[in-house]
Design a protein around this ligand. Structure first.
Ligand SMILES: [Zn+2]
Length: 422
């Protein structure tokens, strides 16, 4: 290996490496980093630092090195205290930007080195990125949509875009790309937004097609919130890249799994981000409350109904996985009660849908990078990729909960100072 004077090398060694591609773990592994990039990764005796170059060596006994986690669905401006989006949006942009900075720091310290932000108010997340570039704030690498594309009164329309017709849709995409959007988020059905209709498709297929074509033209991908089956069908017709939530719901709100939709998702290689833990987290809160003082009759009914729905949802995701759908892990934090810093629960939920722990890790590393169109530089421990790494105690390929035993985080080849969390 050639090395110029001034090159800095970092060597990480651990009991095993998980490279994020789905390959089996490598025992006694090592990763060699030069500046911000990986130059070699593999069995320790094959990863040799150059003679004479300054070397920063870190050895982690009883530990695993893997790619930094990629949370493909966050809302950095969220508070995570249960308030609705309708309430959140009434906060001033300055508060939301400060909250996004705090959420970013927390997520990075928990092992997430890249996030895809799926919708923020006005230009808050673009301003956060500017602050990070200036060194004012810290956090994961940001892949930003800015304001989501919504119809008049549609889900998240209050964040700043309401487009009607093909021309307005194209114009809005061009505006977002001008502002720095890395991808386009579409709310293809209603959702929790009070004026929206969760089970009714929002944009028509010609509008969706215009949005997605315009995004693709500029080398950007599109991800769509779909809370109903018809929303998914329309998005597939229009050429969507990632389907978010993927609720198999009929126009009257009943759940009905439709295998022909799954077949189309598989055929087109569309990623699904199922956001499984978001609802489960709410149930965990209620269960915790039940154990510590009890629930009101309304809360008990909420818990019972929630448990029933969770069974249906997890079954639908399991059927998709069985049919060959590839999942991209994304938490949807800090929507509802889900704080940033807890992404590992979503990865664990993927194992409940039938993924092995190793496959679940891929859904949060290599496949998450693919769904974000960032796999040329992120998501796996391969030469030439950016050196975003996570080191955990234990072996998460056997016990997925080990992903939470964070020992160290590296971003761009630099060790993240996590303060007293270490
Ligand atoms: Zn979301």
């Amino acid at each position: 290996m050639t090395n110029d004077p001034g090159d800095r090398f970092t060597l990480l060694t651990a009991d095993r490496l998980i490279d994020g591609t789905g390959a089996p773990p490598i025992e006694r592994g090592a990763v060699l980093i030069k500046d911000d990039s990986i130059v070699a990764a593999g069995p320790r005796d094959t990863v040799i630092p150059p003679d004479g170059a300054p070397l920063d060596a870190h050895h982690y006994p009883h530990a695993t090195v893997l790619p930094g986690l990629i949370d493909s669905h966050v809302h950095l401006i969220g508070i995570g205290d249960g308030r609705t989006g309708d309430q959140l949006v009434t906060l001033p942009d300055e508060i939301l930007t400060l909250q996004a900075a705090e959420n970013s720091r927390r997520h990075l310290h928990s092992g997430v080195t890249t996030v895809r932000d799926c919708g923020a108010k006005n230009r808050t997340t673009f301003h956060l990125r500017q602050a990070m570039d200036m060194g004012i704030a810290t956090g994961p690498r940001l892949l930003l949509s800015g304001r989501p594309m919504a119809i008049i009164g549609g889900h998240l329309s209050y964040f700043g875009i309401q487009a009607t017709g093909v021309d307005e849709c194209r114009a809005a995409v061009r505006q977002l790309i001008k502002e720095g959007a890395d991808f386009i988020k579409i709310t293809a059905t209603g959702g929790s937004t009070a004026t929206s209709h969760p089970f009714v498709p929002s944009f028509n297929v010609d509008e969706l097609t215009a949005i997605i074509e315009e995004a693709h033209k500029f080398g950007k991908h599109a991800a769509a919130h779909c809370a109903s089956s018809q929303g998914m069908v329309n998005c597939l017709d229009a050429g969507i890249d990632t389907i978010i939530h993927a609720y198999f719901k009929e126009p009257d709100g009943t759940w009905l799994y439709r295998p022909e939709i799954t077949d189309r998702i598989v055929e087109r290689g569309v990623f699904v981000n199922p956001t499984m833990h978001q609802a489960r987290n709410r149930l965990w809160r209620l269960e915790h409350k039940a154990e510590n003082g009890g629930l009101t009759p309304d809360e008990q009914a909420d818990l019972d109904e929630g448990m029933r729905l969770q069974e249906i949802r997890f079954d639908h995701v399991a059927r998709m996985v069985n049919a060959g759908v590839r999942l991209a892990a994304g938490s949807d934090a800090a929507w509802s009660y889900l704080p940033l810093g807890t992404f590992q629960h979503e990865i664990q939920a993927h194992t409940e849908a039938g993924l092995s722990p190793l496959e679940a890790i891929v859904s949060a590393t290599g496949d998450a990078a693919k769904s974000c169109w960032a796999h040329d530089r992120l998501g796996s421990l391969q030469p030439g990729k950016l050196a975003d790494l996570l080191v955990v105690h234990g072996d998460p390929s056997r016990d997925i909960d080990a992903l939470s035993n964070v020992l160290d985080v590296f971003k761009d080849g630099a060790r993240v100072d996590r303060g007293d969390l270490v």
